[in-house]
Structure formats: C-alpha cells, structure tokens
Design a protein around this ligand. Structure first.
Ligand code: PEP
Ligand code: MG
Length: 890
C-alpha cells in the first residue's frame, strides 16, 4: 500500500530532511527536527505524490488517504493531549503548503482550524481568555472563507469597520470578548448570505476543505508565474502539512519570533533575531508592532530601548540558543528559524537554510570551515562565483530607494552615479574638473576610450555583451549597461528619452551594471572591502584548481589590477587596443589609410616606440609569468575616421590632401567588417605590420631580460582569425625572420613561442594540421560563437533577447558558451591539436573565460588555462576550483 501520510512530533518522525521531494522543504525539516528531539508541535504531512495524483485524477484523492489521515490525526491528538473537535479540550491545527523549493507566499495557508461554536468554549477554558478565543475564531472564519470558500476578505473588513464605528472604537485592541463574539455571528451570517449555505461547523469537513484548497493553490496564477520565473516544474507538486496549533498570543508567558543562527547580512557568528511577547507570527512579520531583539547584544547594537528576550525570558532564551547550536551543527549551515512560546514552553515551527548577502555567504563559509563544521572543499563549493562580483565593485546601498527609468544588458558590474554626458571629450573635461559623469552613447568606438575611462559608468543603447563598450568597460572595471533599446539618444539636443521622460545633459542618473538597471538621480553606493575571508577562500580554491587563470589586459593599469586579483599571466593582449589613445590613433589611422607600403612603413615606424614601451611595462608587471600578445586584429570600421575633423587630422599627419584620405577611407569601408579585412588577413596582405609588432615584442623582451635579477619574459605571440595552416606558416615565417634579425642586432636572444587563436570553425576542424605549426591554441570564443551561430556579436542583442525568452538558447551564447555547438568545435580542435602535438598549450580568451558555466566546460575538455578580464579573475579562480572538485567527485 502506498504511504501517503507521514507523521512527526513527540521526539520522532516517519520522515527525514532528505525527503524534501516527497514531503516538501517544510515537512521534511519538521520531521528532521522532531527526530532530533527538538520540540515541534505534532502533525503530519500529506505527500507531494497526493498532489500529483489529485491533478492526474480529476481532482480526487487516492482511496487510502482518508484512513491514513484519520490514523495520523489520532497520533497527533495523543501527542498533544487534545481532541480534534472535542468541545472540552479541542485540538486546533494549521494547514500549510510546502513544495520542494520554497515558494514564499505563493500558496494558501489556514490557521486555527477546528474551531466552531462548541470548541471555542473549550479554548476559552484552556486559555482562560474569552477575548483571545473569540478573536482566534473570527480570524479562522475570515481566513477559511477567503482561502477555501472564496468569500473575499473585504466582506469581513466591512463588518468590522461598521462595528467599530458603532462602538466608537478606532483600534482593534479596543474590542473585547463580547465584540469578537458578536462579530463571529455577523461573519457567519455574511458567509451564509454569500454562499447560500452555512459556514462548516464540522472540523473534519473543515480539514478536507483546507487540504483541497492548498492543493488547488498549486495551480493559482501567482504560483504558476512564480514557478515559471524560478524554473520549478509543475510536476513537482506541493505537500500539505497539518500541524497542531500553538499560540504565542495567549498571555504574557507567550511569545513568537524569527531568528537566524548567524547575522544574515554580515555573516557574523552572532545569534540574530526578533520576537514579540503575547503575539502571533504574523504580527512580527507585518510590522504592526515593533519587534524586539532576542539578545542583549542585538538590543545594544540596534540601540533599542525595548527589553530583549534574553532579559525577559532568560531560561527560554538559553533553550533557544541551544536549539540554534544544535540545528546549525546538524545542517552544517546557517539556519533561518521560527519559534513560538506558549505558556512558558518553547516550540520550533520551522527551520531552513537561511538566505544571505554575498559578504555574509563568504564569511559564513570561511568561518564554518575554520570551525570545522564543514570542509574547505565544501566552503569552496558553497559560494556562487558570480556573487564575488558584489565584493569587488562598489554596489548600490540595498536600503536606498530607486526610480528605475529603463533596463539594458548587465554588461559590466558595479554601480555608478553621475551627470549624463553624450560625448567622450565632455566626459574627460568634466572628469578633469572632478565631476562624476556617466557617458551615454548609442554605441562606443575606440576614440571614446578616454571618455570611457574618465566616466564613472557607461550606458549604450545598442550592442550586446561583447560589444566594444561591454568588453572595454569590463576590462577597466567600469560599470556598464549596454543595449538599452528603449533609450533614444539625441546628440544634437543633448538629451536621452525613455517614453515621456527626458533626461538632459547634466542630469544625474545611476547605473547598476550587475542587473542592467538605469535609475534617475543619485542612488548612494557602498564600497565593499576585500577582507581576510576573501583571501582565505581564494587560497583554498587555488590549491584545488587544475586550470590556470590568466587575464585579458593591455594597459599597465589593467595588468596591475589583474595581478592584485591573482592572475597567472596574460592570456590576451589585444594590441589594437593599445592604439586607442588620441596620440596614437592618428598614426594608426595613417597606417591603415596609407596608399602603399612605404606610407605604411613610415606610420609603423612612428608606432614602434609606443608598442615597445607598452610591452616593456607589461613584461615588467607580469615578471616570471607568460604574456600572450596577439598581433593586430582591428575590425577596420573601428578605426576609420568619420568626421571632417578626424579626416583633416589624418591628412595633416600624413602630409596629404583630406580628399585623398576621404577617398581611401571610402575604398576601405566594408559592409560586413566583422567578416572583413581583419585578423591575420591584415598580416597576410601587409606583412610589415606584424613585422613591426614582432620587432617591438623582441626588443622589449630583450630590454626587460637585462633588468637586474629579473626572470626573462615569456612572450607567446598569437595570430588572430586564422582559418588555414598556410596563413599561420606564412606569418610565423615573418615573426621568426624578425626574431633572427633583432637577436643578431642585439647580440642576444630570448625564448618565445608562436601560436594561434582558434576562432573560426575551419580552424577548429583543421586543428590537427594547424598544430603542426602552432605551439598553443587560444579559443577566441567571441568570434567562434559569432561564426558558428552565424550571429553578429555587434547586432544580435535585440533578437537574442527574444530567442532567450522563447527558450531557443537558454543563455546568451555570447556570455555563456553554447556548449552543444561551439563547445563541440572546441573539443574537436583540442583533440585533434593534441593528437598532433601532445604538449600543445590550450586556453580560452573569449568573454566566456570569465563565465563559471563555461569554465566548467573548459575543465571537462582539459584546457590548461582560462583568461578573462581583470575583475573576473577571482570569479574564474573560484569557478575553476569548483569545476575541478566536481570533476574529481565524478
Ligand atoms: C574572441 O574572438 O573571442 C577574442 C578574444 O578576440 P576579440 O574579442 O578581440 O575578437
Ligand atoms: Mg576575435
């Protein structure tokens, strides 16, 4: 016979904590507490399987259910020494829902069930308080009518208000026993009027009505929506827990409260909670009365004048502390608990793992590992890597009010407020004067770099998670909201508009780069600190991971930030980003727009010293660590001059007429630049560019190798956008020849290796052949995603939103690797490459290198390292440790 009902109470239970699927979270934990010998009011749980049966069988119950409930109820009666429906000593129960995953407030609850005109007399006798008994009775009628009978609350509010007016009362507390008694009669009359039948007096009928209502509420609109948002399958169903009522509002020796075994906002190992004497649970939550602190320490910390439980009920407080210690040790996690004290006896009503902020999660995990409650491996696995983000960037004060104007993509985390400006130059000027600004652009381009750096945050209306703005902002650690499609920017008028709201240049806005919100005005931020706990967790994580973590960086600032965050080298130095600076971009443009090789060489000669200096500083910052330098890969549209002024500047620098420059720019313009003349194609057509860059690298490496006592740099020269072995062979020949020339000139040598990015499907498939030349592969999954999915990384934002909403791709494939498709290409390339060259070094440097989900995949295919933007380095370190631990456990 199927067991549909599980009892608990009196120091024993038929269920256990690990039976959540069957008993729901609440039912399983009540059973567990009972088994632990903690006083919980006796009760029973009707399983989730009954819910499934109910919906599969035309809303009927399995035939054995009634008998099983009757037997369970008899046990509860015995435990509690009271009888369900017995007039002299009535047992009252609560009927609550409880799914596998917590769904707070989504489903229905009925309290005080079992009351009728006869049993209320018993309650008066037992409590010695007629007012309390009639108040409980009328609350029950109200709740039951609303939840089970469908008679709305307002009917009863109306009657109550009329009664108060009649009697000249303003507060509910002014009503006495007789008032509530009269109201009970009026409430029941209203139910009769509305339904054409009386309110059920029979406790058994009440019970089955409530059970049906709770199962019914599994399919209410609120619950359906909540399940959709939290990916909870409808098939899980809810359990129903029927439990003896205990009352915190039966006098001065009664109380009720909620508490956490540690502080849920800071994680501090202090018992934290609130309680109220002579009150019901809902009074604590609803804020009708000011709750009091449970401990003296909490009272002092909150500067409360109200007495703490520790002072008012010292014996019971001690018992509560013992329960807290027992439960926390048993669950090995911070607990969120509810309790009630009735007539001087403590009852626990609920316990569950408590929700907590990111700083609290970190502190709790580290403290618990140090206390030996959990292992360091468990501590590593307990922290959501993404949550570390909150610890690394300033964040909005969670207590502050926000007026959300619109939303975009959460492109770079952190929060920032400032005055709106619409161009980079203004941003720089204002920032120089100490003003906080937010740079708003339709999209950004390399000449905006100074302004982006000067701004506190960046907002764009176009572009996705790998757009220029997003990548650069993440690299700099600037908060960025990208692709906010509702925003209309009018550069001429100096306004941005969302619907009917107009924000003018100089008006303040706030960005939350962690959730993509754009808010009006200034929302205060708080500066998180990297505490010792952070360092401890990172140390444990580093000891467990097998993949290295490098960074994507090209400026000394970024490289230093990444080293502070523990990177183990540079996995991608995008050399074209080194030319964004105003002084350099002019020579870069000169080079691109030159009519012939001589013109290009002249411009390149001017760029060489900058390159060399940049590489020298990167090598010095990364001393002893590998530095992967990618040769030029500029999508040309990012570098062509647009305005007349820009064209005039380039013409002047090159000593030619503006018309010539304009003409050349129009010749070079491409209609599909992402698939155009970029990457190694530039090196194949103009080898002198890569020759100059290789020279700069070798000269810099030699210079740094002469530093006193320094380990020699480890340059890894990387060729972008390779499709064929032939391309790589030709370009490696240019690099090797340059090395030879520089080494001869300088009379010394340095070690270096040459490898390639794998960012085209053809290169992945031909990994076996390409590895004959390449010493390493670095997966450029931004382009590999773009070219595998056939979706432009710059333009796909708007329709990808729809794709995700409709479930075509579960996640944004530019943020989290499409493991099925792009992942298979990565795997093929890795296998074929290693078959040719067993010691082939494998890494990833697309944006996915900082995404925990993608990092787990990288572990599974055996990559040697991941590389990500500086602020994601700690996240990647933790995610890599988790991936290694999970893999080892398999
Ligand atoms: C890539 O394509 O993944 C990559 C890292 O290169 P970029 O983003 O510079 O094209
Ligand atoms: Mg690329």
């Amino acid at each position: 016979m199927t067991k549909w009902v599980y009892t608990f109470g009196n120091g024993k239970a038929e269920g256990r904590a690990d039976m959540k699927n069957l008993l729901g979270g609440k039912g399983a934990n009540l059973a567990e507490m009972s088994n632990l010998g903690i006083a919980v009011p006796a009760g029973f749980t009707i399983t989730t399987e009954v819910c499934t049966y109910y919906y599969d069988n035309g809303k009927t119950y399995p035939k054995e259910l009634v008998d099983q409930v009757v037997t369970a109820l008899a046990e509860v009666e015995e435990s509690m020494g009271a009888g369900f429906g017995r007039a002299d000593n009535p047992l009252l129960v609560s009927v609550r829902s409880g799914a596998r995953a917590s769904m707070p407030g989504m489903m229905d609850t009925v309290l005080n069930l079992g009351l009728n005109d006869a049993t209320v007399q018993g309650l008066i006798e037992r409590s010695g308080d007629a007012r309390f008994a009639y108040d409980s009775y009328r609350r029950f009628i109200q709740m039951y009518s609303d939840v089970v009978l469908g008679v709305d609350h307002y009917h009863f509010e109306e009657i109550l208000e009329a009664h108060k007016e009649d009697k000249g009362y303003t507060l509910d507390t002014e009503l006495g026993a007789d008032d509530w008694k009269q109201l009970v009669v009026l409430f029941k009359a209203r139910v009769q009027e509305e339904l054409g039948e009386p309110f059920p007096e029979d406790p058994e009928a009440q019970l089955w009505g409530a059970v049906g209502a709770v199962f019914g509420s599994w399919m209410n609109q609120r619950a359906i929506t909540y399940r959709r948002l939290h990916e909870i399958p409808a098939a899980w169903g809810t359990a129903v827990t029927v439990q003896a009522m205990v009352f915190g509002n039966m006098g001065e020796d009664c109380a009720t409260g909620v508490c956490f075994s540690r502080d849920p906002s800071t994680g501090e190992n202090v018992f934290y909670g609130e309680y109220l004497v002579n009150a019901q649970g809902e009074d604590v939550v609803a804020g009708i009365r000011t709750p009091q602190q449970i401990s003296i320490a909490g009272k002092e910390k909150n500067q409360s004048t109200l007495p703490s439980m520790e002072e008012v009920m010292p014996g019971l407080y001690k018992e509560l502390v013992e329960t807290r210690d027992k439960l926390e040790a048993h669950y090995s996690d911070m607990q969120d608990m509810e309790f009630t004290i009735q007539g001087g006896k403590l009852w626990m009503l609920q316990t569950r793992n408590g929700k907590r902020t990111a700083p609290a999660a970190l502190r709790i995990a580290v403290d618990m590992a140090k206390q030996g409650i959990i292992t360091t491996d468990e501590a590593i696995l307990r922290i959501e890597p993404e949550a570390l983000d909150q610890l690394l960037h300033p964040m909005l004060d969670p207590k502050a009010e926000r007026t959300v104007l619109t939303r975009g993509l959460p492109a770079s985390p952190g929060a920032a407020s400032g005055a709106v400006v619409f161009n980079a130059k203004t941003a720089e000027d204002k920032a120089k004067n100490g003003q906080a600004v937010i740079l708003v652009r339709i999209e950004t381009s390399p000449e905006d770099i100074g302004g982006m750096h000067a701004a506190r945050g960046i907002l764009t209306t176009r572009g996705g998670m790998t757009s220029h703005a997003a990548v650069v902002a993440r690299g700099m650690g600037r908060p960025c909201v990208a692709g906010a499609g509702e925003v209309r920017v009018d550069y001429k008028a100096g306004t941005l508009t969302v619907g009917s709201t107009v924000v003018k240049e100089g008006d303040w806005v706030t960005l939350d780069g962690a959730n993509g919100e754009v808010m009006l005005g200034e929302v205060p931020t708080i500066q998180p600190e990297l505490t010792g706990d952070f360092g401890a967790l990172m140390e444990w994580a580093d000891a467990k991971r097998t993949m290295k973590v490098r960074t994507n960086a090209e400026t000394p600032e970024d490289a230093e930030t990444a080293r502070r965050f523990g990177c183990e080298g540079i996995g991608l130095c995008r050399t074209e980003h080194m030319f964004f600076d105003a002084k350099r971009i002019i020579n870069m443009r000169r080079m691109i727009l030159a009519q012939d090789e001589a013109g290009r060489r002249a411009a390149l000669a001017d760029l060489l010293p900058y390159q060399r200096e940049d590489f020298i500083s990167l090598f010095r910052i990364m001393v002893g660590l590998p530095v992967t330098i990618r040769l030029l890969d500029p999508p040309l549209h990012e570098f062509l001059p647009h305005t007349d002024a820009e064209i005039a500047d380039v013409a002047k620098a090159a000593g030619v007429e503006p018309e010539q420059v304009r003409h050349r720019a129009s010749v070079l313009a491409e209609s599909n630049p992402m698939l155009g003349h970029r990457g190694c194609r530039l090196g194949i057509t103009y080898p002198e560019i890569y020759e100059m860059q290789a020279r700069a690298i070798f000269e810099a490496a030699i210079a740094v190798s002469k530093d006193e006592g320094a380990e020699p740099p480890l340059p890894e020269i990387m060729i972008p956008l390779v499709a064929t072995k032939r391309e790589l062979d030709m370009l490696k020949a240019v690099i090797d020849a340059t090395a030879k020339a520089v080494f001869a000139e300088q009379g010394t040598t340095v070690e270096y290796i040459v490898g390639t990015m794998i960012e085209l499907p053809r290169a992945a498939l031909r990994g076996g052949a390409i590895a004959e030349t390449a010493h390493f592969f670095s997966f450029g999954t931004n382009d590999l995603t773009q070219t595998t999915l056939g979706m432009s990384r710059d333009d796909s934002g708007p329709f990808l939103e729809v794709y995700r909403a409709k479930g075509v791709y579960e996640r944004d494939p530019f943020a989290s690797l499409d493991v099925e498709g792009v992942g298979e290409l990565v795997q093929i390339a890795a296998e074929r490459g290693r078959a040719t060259r067993p010691d082939l070094k494998l890494g990833i440097c697309g944006e996915h290198g900082g995404d925990p989900h993608s990092i787990a995949f990288c572990q599974s295919v055996g990559l040697d390292y991941v590389s990500c933007s500086p602020y994601r380095v700690p996240i990647a370190r933790l995610a890599a440790a988790q991936a290694a631990l999970t893999q080892a456990a398999k």
